[in-house]
Design a protein around this ligand. Structure first.
Ligand SMILES: Cc1ncc(C[n+]2csc(CCOP(=O)(O)OP(=O)(O)O)c2C)c(N)n1
Length: 104
């Protein structure tokens, strides 16, 4: 989830997948809660990268995909970006790198 401002839908998916109780979704953006306005890797179970600064997520996804190749694992990595976010230069650099190394 590169567009960290869409955290609520991310949290809903994580809760449905069992990372934390669905009832906890009611604490969204409350002070001190685990479900902050942007996903935080050290606070929220299931979140693998803290996001919110647009443009960074595809680079992180590249790293996860290339790690799979190095480890000879077959999983695939999907990265959700915003349309506006795709104007960030880092997105294009990451896309070129993914293509070069055939990251999946
Ligand atoms: C580097 C950076 N610049 C600006 C922002 C502030 N910001 C948060 S959401 C947003 C708009 C994002 O638009 P889009 O990627 O199209 O997302 P969507 O409208 O689909 O949710 C902006 C500019 C940010 N989070 N990070």
């Amino acid at each position: 989830m590169s567009k960290g401002h869409a955290a609520p839908i991310y949290y809903a998916a994580l809760a449905e997948s069992g990372y934390f109780p669905v009832e906890e979704l009611g604490t969204l953006r409350k002070i001190g809660c685990r479900l902050q306005g942007h996903p935080c890797r050290t606070k929220t179970p299931g979140v693998e990268m803290s996001t919110g600064s647009l443009g960074q997520g595809l680079s992180a996804a590249n790293g996860m995909a290339l790690a799979a190749k190095l480890d000879k694992k077959s999983y695939r990595v999907y990265c959700i970006c915003g349309d506006g976010e795709m104007a960030e230069g880092q997105i294009w650099e990451a896309a070129m790198l993914a293509s070069h190394y055939k990251a999946r």
